[in-house]
Design a protein around this ligand. Structure first.
Ligand code: AOS
Ligand code: ZN
Ligand code: ZN
Length: 386
């Protein structure tokens, strides 16, 4: 196989998971701008997600969020998805929406609230059994707002205890992905604020516990690709929540704010052997002012473009320059790949996959948007503000 053929073959295996909540209405705490035709039910979200896969060919799974996507029969939901060419992906838990969680969930000072939170997580594993999902994605809004509000260290003990109970419940082939976020909604301390804290808990729990990197959850200037390289080196990178940020947890389209950063991340993924199904590539985005399905198609294409560039890095030339101490030469090798226009290559890849080379135009011409505007009245809010 030529090198280009190998790059194309790798691109055809790519899988980017789209989140059910990205299809629903969303906004900020100031305003949710409702859009016509947005899904009203989990099934309608899956139908939209199936369109993204139909036109991109690389978005075969859809993440669910419990309780936003609660249904009576998960096996039937999985079947509904499969009939449309997609599968159910990660189950995302929610321990932040109830009044009980004002002071936290799994780290709450009250044992009763902690019990409720852990029970919810266990229920999510039951749902994974029914949907056939591999991953339980855990993000905790837990933290404190004021110094002295709670015992910061004891909250870590509570976290460890709760996670251990859920870990024990995981079945064969199931994993838990622990997400970190440096602030918000808590502002003084966050119980899982950084990759180190997530890593420490996952290491203690065992191989089924992995860290998930949400690209929007870092302080400005953080070198995310270094974190990615480190987690891969330790065998602890479970996946990504991709999105873009200008300020904080903006949840904008991945690759929109800083495509170069996305390329650098994808290069470390490729370099570190992370371009495998063991690393879940998920989107975690909200489309507040733009049309949702096209935005998700664009996001998937942005991930594809960054991946293509990362795969095109001449690793041998890079290595030679690095070993020779050729600083500018090494940098040039990386920049050559980044500056390559990979759009013609991706058009070819799509044609070889039997797809339209231009997913945005093909979706626009499909008539799906007009059809759902007519059929769906009273679209559902994604579940939360942003
Ligand atoms: C919150 O900031 C996190 O990014 C979560 O991953 C996610 O957006 C939420 O849990 C929805 O499932
Ligand atoms: Zn996330
Ligand atoms: Zn987030």
């Amino acid at each position: 196989m030529t090198e280009l053929a190998a790059v194309k073959a790798a691109l055809k295996t790519q899988a980017v998971e789209t989140p059910s909540w990205a299809y629903g209405n969303s906004g900020t705490r100031f305003k949710v701008f409702a859009q016509a035709g947005v899904p009203r039910t989990p099934r309608e979200k899956l139908a939209d997600a199936a369109k993204v896969h139909e036109y991109t060919g690389v978005a075969p799974t859809v993440a669910l969020h419990i309780p936003w996507d609660t249904v009576d029969d998960y096996a039937a939901l999985a079947k509904y998805a499969e009939d449309r060419g997609v599968k159910l992906g990660a189950i995302n838990s929610n321990t932040f929406q109830d009044d009980d969680y004002k002071l936290g969930s799994i780290c709450h000072p009250s044992a009763a609230v902690r019990r409720k939170a852990v029970d919810h997580l266990l229920e999510c594993v039951d749902i994974m059994d029914a949907t056939g999902s591999r991953d339980l994605k855990l993000w905790f809004a837990d933290g404190t707002n004021y110094p002295g509000q709670d015992d910061v260290r004891e909250r870590q003990d509570r976290l460890a205890e709760g996670l251990a109970e859920v870990y024990e419940r995981l079945g064969e082939g199931q994993r838990m992905l622990l997400e970190y976020k440096f602030f918000e909604p808590a502002f003084y301390t966050t119980d899982v604020p950084d990759w180190g804290t997530a890593y420490a808990h996952c290491l203690k729990l065992g191989p089924k516990a992995q860290v998930v990197v949400d690209t929007g959850h870092h302080a400005p200037g953080t070198n995310i690709e270094f974190i990615v390289a480190t987690l891969l080196r330790e065998g602890k990178l479970g996946g990504f929540d991709f999105n873009s940020r200008f300020y904080a947890d903006d949840d904008l389209m991945v690759g929109a704010a800083d495509p170069f950063q996305l390329f650098r991340i994808m290069y470390e993924v490729v370099r570190g052997g992370g371009f495998t199904p063991e690393v879940a590539f998920m989107l975690d985005q909200c489309h507040n002012i733009e049309a949702k399905i096209p935005a998700i198609i664009r996001s998937v294409m942005n991930v594809q473009e960054a991946t293509a560039k990362a795969l095109l890095v001449d690793r041998e030339a890079l290595r030679s320059a690095q070993v020779a101490g050729d600083v500018l030469g090494a940098n040039a090798v990386l920049m050559d790949a980044y500056n390559t226009d990979v759009r013609p290559l991706l058009r070819e890849v799509r044609e070889e996959m039997g797809l339209d080379p231009d997913p945005m135009a093909a979706y626009a011409a499909s008539g799906w948007a007009a059809k759902v505007v007519e059929e769906r009245v009273g679209g559902q809010q994604a579940g939360w503000g942003a």
